[in-house]
Design a protein around this ligand. Sequence first.
Ligand SMILES: Nc1nc2c(ncn2[C@@H]2O[C@@H]3COP(=O)(O)O[C@H]4[C@@H](O)[C@H](n5cnc6c(=O)[nH]c(N)nc65)O[C@@H]4COP(=O)(O)O[C@H]3[C@H]2O)c(=O)[nH]1
Length: 793
Amino acid sequence: MPQDPSSKLDWFDAATRRLRSVAEGLKAPENQELEEVKSRTLIVVRTRWILLLFVGLYCLLAGSFFYFSRFGFFLSPSQQVLLFAALSAVVSYNLLLQFGIERIACCFRFLNFLQIILDLVLVTVLIHTSGGAASWFWPVYLIVTIEAAFLIEERRDVWFVGLCGGALYGEILSLEYFGLVPNVRMPFVEQKLHHDPLYLVLTWLWVSLLNAAMVAIASYLMTVIRRETVAVRDGEERLSTFLDTANDLILSISPDGRVLYVNEAWQRTLGYSAEEAAAVSFFDIIHPSSREQCCSEFKRVFSGDALGPLEAVFTAKDGRLVIVEGNLTCSDSSGDSPVIWSICRDITDRKHAEEQLYRLAHHDTLTGLPNRILFMDRLQQAKALANRYQHQVAILFLDLDRFKIINDTLGHPIGDRLLQQVAHRIVGCVREVDTVARIGGDEFTIILVNVDNPEDVKKMGQKILKTLAAPFLIDTYELFVTTSIGVSLYPTDGESLDHLVKKADIAMYYAKGEGRNNVQFYSPRMDENADKRLLLETSLRKALDNREFRVYYQPKVDIVTKKITAMEALIRWEHPLLGLVSPGEFIPLAEETGLIIPIGEWVLRAACMQNRQWLRQGLPQMRVAVNLSGYQFQQKNLLETIRGILGETGLSADLLELEITESVIMQNPDFAVSVLNQLRDLGVHISIDDFGTGYSSLAHLKRFSVNTLKIDKSFVRDVEINSADAAITTAIIAMGNSLNLKVIAEGVETEGQLSFLSDNNCDEVQGYLFSTPMPADKVAGFMREYGGMVEAG
Ligand SMILES: Nc1nc2c(ncn2[C@@H]2O[C@@H]3COP(=O)(O)O[C@H]4[C@@H](O)[C@H](n5cnc6c(=O)[nH]c(N)nc65)O[C@@H]4COP(=O)(O)O[C@H]3[C@H]2O)c(=O)[nH]1
């Protein structure tokens, strides 16, 4: 049944009031009784001050009146001394009790009796000095009896005190009656009165009976009060037990932050005892991160606002952070002493679990980087900030080149560690405000914020390429990784975040097509490329079955003799719709899809068969050079495949040349050494293709069993005009010579390039200057024609 919220509040208010009284009354059980006696004694001390004040005041006034009246002052000096002594005695022990109560706590029972007896004596002296039987002070006996009932628990003792009062009164009356003590001569009072037994007995009886009645009434009332006190205390104890056995953390604080009460769960969780908690300020326990919020919530709750559940962080005694969730309520918010009650739960574990879940949901478990979800979220924020501050945002899409090879050949644990190290290096390249995320196997994305100039993005991309170029040392492996980076810019390349990521992805594929290890900015023309890529990808799967591949051949020429030493097999794809597709476009695609293995095997077989056929046709003996993709190079059965094809086609191993790019070899040099050794044992000729673009050093080269270094055409192209390219080319030639390796330059198009290479002792050349790649059936004609030219030359 739904509860009325106001009744809930009433209940809570009552409970908090109760809790407050518990908080104030909560002390160690063994001290409780003593504390009660002490507090009762102090009450009596205070009431005695009041009584003394009034009695003193009255005596002063009465004395003054008499002094200036026709009667004059009636107390003799000895009586004045007696009164003064009695009053001084009472004032002294009252002072003693007031200020020395802590030190005399051990003998309270005795002291209580003593002070009551002394009070009785004072009253008796007062009665005597104020006229004895005619004194108006006899009702003070009744007050002392009430005091006795209040201080002394045993009813028998209270009766005893009451009797003492009556007895002392009777005593003083009799002493005065028999003249053993001189009467104080009171004005208005007949002297005979002190000698009238009937009057004295009746007065005594009246005072004694009233005293007895007072004993009975006061004892009864005190019994009732005590019973109720016990009931209240029992209730409080039950409540306190309930509070202490509660799992919730309960705390009450004063407006100035004093801790008034903490339950056991609170003490256990935060490590403070109740006394320690009472000694510190609540604002010291609150962690700085929550302090401001707590202070403002306090203000609101003091002003009577009802608050919803709150979260705060406490600092435990040992420095741990404890996160709590709960409610704040103010008891007596409009009164003089408002108290805040907080009932809360320790949700630290839950929070950590939530954080963990959040981390798992938003981070990549392998690298700890944000995952796609968090990346998109950050991108959204970056976009908002860019709009606000009129900046640009750059999205970089990175894909590691040929990562699959490492994963497949060295196993996933090595691949995973490589990814971790790559992630670490990329993070080291960007600013703190930027975001690096891992959104797929070997795909990373970066958000660069506050971009003013796309040139800066380019520099950043190149910095990443450079950082990743240094070898990765994992276990005993030295791995080389390159990456292709695509970039899109917000708002230049569009508004939609998904499209921006897609465009960076398209640019990344474009970078792959451009020979990998480079940075490309998205441009709309790349969309065509992406569409074409999709078309190529779907038709590539059927191309082998449909016999759409062709092999073209390009001669390699000895620079001195001008003789053709080899024919390089270069694949072509005759696409039914797109026409002749160059290998630069579809080889990366074939590598990604794994189709490179059957395609590469097909080229190898076709080239070997073709060489065999040329031999049969009577063409001069020459090698056929076949490009080996990185994926083929890592294949475990590579040796068997080559051996099988050589056996199948009947081609001698020394007439086969394999071209492996420098970057493939350098990706995992140790592995490359063992494969190259096996290939050398097989007897095939080995060339390192695209030499100069990778990162091999002389030390590496010495370990590789290769025959030829093939200088990349990018150096050859400008060898005549670019001194750096010329220097690299001559350095490669010199390095090859010193290692007894043949050096061939590819992409030779001009006589100038040829003479430069010749002057620098390059061994062989290849390029359009001699021939473009040609179909196999054109080779015989070319050879005849070329042979004639060489002879003639
Ligand atoms: N500008 C210029 N270019 C010249 C000149 N002489 C030759 N070329 C071109 O340079 C490329 C040389 O081959 P590559 O470096 O092995 O580079 C090759 C090779 O890495 C790869 N490739 C070709 N066929 C195969 C194959 O059967 N298997 C594998 N795995 N890769 C292949 O595709 C790349 C491109 O092949 P192609 O388009 O045939 O392009 C060839 C060739 O046509 C010249 O004087 N000037």
